[in-house]
Design a protein around this ligand. Structure first.
Ligand SMILES: CC[C@H](C(=O)O)C(=O)SCCNC(=O)CCNC(=O)[C@H](O)C(C)(C)COP(=O)(O)OP(=O)(O)OC[C@H]1O[C@@H](n2cnc3c(N)ncnc32)[C@H](O)[C@@H]1OP(=O)(O)O
Length: 311
């Protein structure tokens, strides 16, 4: 009897390991571009490294909520080339964080991000380099969105151009009263290239996306909520007396979704992600695999033993 239970346990573990391996494989292949698309990661990294300044800082907290800070205040948190590389490295660290549940993406010094660093943009304004940078950032932001963490962009001040695109690579967006998200690409003679247009269409529908991109519309919190781009409005703590610091407000907002054991929260994100991105049959098979990882696992057994009622 004991041997039988042990055998079942071993079988379950090895089946879990196989499922994990398959899911991890899928996660690794979550890049959009690889060498088969003529994309050479090392080559573009070397090029980007030449445009330094600023940093992307990661703080992993015991609560399971990490904070990713875009930090280049003298340029309104514009992305230098080295920050693009930093971003990709921080995403790798988050992909390998078993205790992780949530992520807040914020800008330093009371503004979100003013897009690409225009000095770098001017230096690589030829078509080939622009395409390489675009592929690099699409890979990094796609992996950010596919993290098994529930993510929130905390928009304070301005999110412009690539900064607006970055907000769409999070699961949710919170805006401080008075802040603005603006896809300024048209004014720059461009369209989004970091995947922001595709994600925007998913978020707000093609009609609204066309209006926001075609008109380079300044999205304030009210408009953002109305069109479904924005999930919550936070009180500006400097303007509203007694309001909690913005990051605290964002952590409180997120905590309702990250309460519980990390494997369960990560599983929730993974089933939603597969439903969002995969064709139905594949999404259903992935859901089955993920279900198999939480069924009979410690959190499930504990809940069953506690005879909980959902009143
Ligand atoms: C379009 C897509 C593309 C992509 O990669 O996909 C991009 O993202 S291109 C970048 C799009 N963003 C911009 O064009 C922003 C341009 N800047 C502004 O509109 C303003 O600077 C603003 C509104 C962000 C802030 O205005 P404010 O009056 O409050 O401050 P300053 O203008 O004095 O800015 C302070 C300081 O920051 C420098 N700055 C701001 N944004 C960038 C940037 N994207 N790249 C490089 N530097 C930037 C600005 O030049 C000032 O520096 P200073 O040395 O004092 O002149």
């Amino acid at each position: 009897m004991v041997l039988c239970a042990l055998r079942q346990q071993v079988l379950r573990c090895s089946s879990h390991c196989r499922t994990w391996a398959r899911l991890l494989q899928r996660q690794r292949s979550s890049c959009v571009y690889s060498s088969i698309h003529g994309f050479n990661q090392d080559e573009i990294r070397e090029k980007l490294q030449a445009f330094h300044g600023g940093s992307i800082d990661l703080l992993k907290q015991d609560s399971g909520i990490a904070v990713l800070t875009i930090n280049n205040p003298s340029r309104m948190n514009a992305f230098s080339g080295s920050m693009m590389i930093d971003l990709e490295e921080r995403v790798s660290q988050l992909e390998n964080w078993p205790e992780g549940k949530g992520l807040i993406v914020q800008g330093a010094a009371e503004t979100f991000c003013s897009g690409s660093d225009l000095n770098a943009v001017r230096a690589i304004s030829n078509q080939q380099d622009g395409m390489k940078m675009c592929m690099f950032m699409q890979n990094a932001l796609t992996r950010l969105l596919r993290l098994p963490l529930i993510s929130v962009a905390l928009v304070e001040g301005r999110a412009l151009g690539g900064g607006a695109e970055l907000t769409t690579a999070c699961d949710f967006r919170l805006m401080e009263a008075g802040s603005v998200i603006q896809f300024v690409h048209k004014h720059m003679g461009l369209v989004p290239g970091w995947g922001g247009a595709a994600r925007l269409v998913h978020l707000v529908g093609s009609q609204n996306a066309l209006k926001l991109l075609g008109g380079a519309v300044k999205v304030d919190p009210e408009l953002g909520v109305n069109i479904g781009l924005v999930d919550g409005v936070l009180e500006g703590h400097q303007k509203t007396e007694g309001a909690a610091p913005l990051l605290q407000q964002a952590e409180n907002w997120l905590s309702r979704y990250t309460k519980g054991p990390a494997p369960v929260i990560q599983a929730v994100k993974k089933v939603v992600l597969s439903g969002r991105e995969l064709p139905l049959s594949e999404a259903l098979r992935t859901e089955k695999d993920i279900f198999g990882m939480v069924w009979g696992a410690p959190a499930n057994l504990e809940a069953l033993a506690s005879k909980s009622k959902h009143k």
